[in-house]
Every structure is written in C-alpha cells, then in structure tokens.
Design a protein around this ligand. Structure first.
Ligand SMILES: N[C@@H](CCC(=O)N[C@@H](CS)C(=O)NCC(=O)O)C(=O)O
Length: 213
C-alpha cells in the first residue's frame, strides 16, 4: 500500500456521482479535501485537457513517491472503499457482486444522460416519459430481484454496508427527488424490497456518518 500524503476529490457542489465517495471516506475517517468545482471551473479544466476523461469526479492521490489522478466514479469508489472498509477485500465473490451493482448504477446513469443533456423541453419530456414508464421501472425490477437474491437483508451485498449501497442510495435519491422533470417521486413505491432497502440505507448511512464524528 502506498503511503497517502493527501487525498483530494474534485466534483461539482452537489452529491451526484460524488455523494457515495464523500460518504465512504467520511465513514472510514479518511481525511480528504472535498473540492467543489463550479461549472465554470470545470469548463476551464476541460478546455485545457486537465481531466483524465473530460469529466468529474476525479480523485487526486498524493503519495510519498508522487501524485496519481484518477477518474471513473466506480474505480474511485472501489479504491476509497478499500481504504474505508466498505469494499470486500477478502471475499472475491462479494467483491464481484459489489462490482456488479456499481456497474448497474453506471448503466442507469448512462440511461439518464441523454435527457439531462437535452435542451429542447418537448424532446426532454418525451425521453422522460419513456424513462418513467418503461426504462426505470425495468431497472427497478432488476434491482428488486438482486436484493431478494441477496436475502432481502437491507443491503445490496451480504448483510453490511458497502460502497454499492451508497452508490445506489444516492442514485435512487436522485431518481425520486422530483428534480428530474417527468419522473415521479413515487417511482420506486411499488418495489417493496427496494423501498425497504432505501429506508435501511438512509438510517445506516446516517448512523455511520454520525459515529464517524
Ligand atoms: N463514467 C464516468 C462518468 C462521469 C460523468 O459523466 N460525470 C459528469 C458529472 S456526474 C460530468 O463530468 N459531466 C460534465 C459534462 O459532461 O459536462 C464516472 O463514473 O465517473
């Protein structure tokens, strides 16, 4: 393990793909600089090719031997999960299931992206209707099955909190926030196991953050 001198997370000033990363480091009591990047600053960074893949989040890891910058929220989550004890390091199968759930989260974000970028209101709302009535319920059904297959423990993998819970918690919170015009806040209500999981993670997350001080 490289000795970390400094960790810096760069993301916009809202949870998005960074909520789970911030939570994981906080719960693990791993010190980090939480740099909130404005859209203007992001534009400048992107214009100068200062971001690995032209997107945020980016984690800058300074060690005794140099500095590494990495993008891709799932890669960052696995790394900070290992630092914080929220990623299974001694169980390959549990790690596989955590990775599977992280990938599912990114698949869903990718499905949301076109309507988030769409400027035309009418076209945006057509996309949102398909998302609300077809695409997102289909994925919520997959998620419900995944949770049931894990034994309906209230966690995505096994019976304790992992980075997969935090990633999907923030994603589901966004989906039902009302911020996505056309996507109803009761989107997940018919998915009983998802709803129980969501409430459990909200409670566990709060308690773990509080006990981290
Ligand atoms: N697969 C990447 C996606 C990163 C991504 O799309 N980030 C968004 C914010 S959540 C971004 O930087 N958007 C800026 C833009 O495209 O203008 C990841 O998981 O980190």
């Amino acid at each position: 393990m490289n000795n970390i001198v400094n960790l810096r997370l760069r993301y916009f000033p809202f949870p998005g793909r960074a909520g789970a990363i911030r939570d994981t480091l906080t719960i693990g009591e791993v010190a980090f600089d939480d740099l909130h990047t404005t859209f203007e600053q992001y534009g400048e960074l992107n214009a100068t090719n200062a971001l690995p893949f032209g997107a945020l989040p980016v984690l800058d890891v300074e060690t005794e031997t140099g500095k590494v910058s990495a993008a891709q929220s799932n890669a960052i989550l696995r790394y900070v999960g290992r630092l914080s004890g929220l990623y299974p390091v001694n169980d390959d199968l549990q790690a596989l299931k955590v990775d599977e759930a992280l990938g599912m989260g990114e698949d869903i974000y990718a499905l949301l992206a076109p309507s988030l970028h769409e400027q035309g209101t009418e076209r945006k709302m057509v996309m949102r209707k398909t998302l609300a009535e077809e695409t997102l319920p289909e994925w919520a059904g997959y998620f419900e099955r995944l949770l049931v297959a894990n034994g309906s423990t209230g966690f995505v993998v096994g019976d304790s909190l992992t980075v997969a819970d935090l990633k999907l918690y923030w994603l589901c919170k966004f989906l039902v926030s009302g911020d996505l015009d056309g996507v109803p806040t009761n989107l997940l209500d018919n998915f009983t196991t998802v709803t129980i999981w969501f409430k459990n993670i909200a409670t566990v997350r709060k308690a773990r953050l509080a006990s981290a001080g």
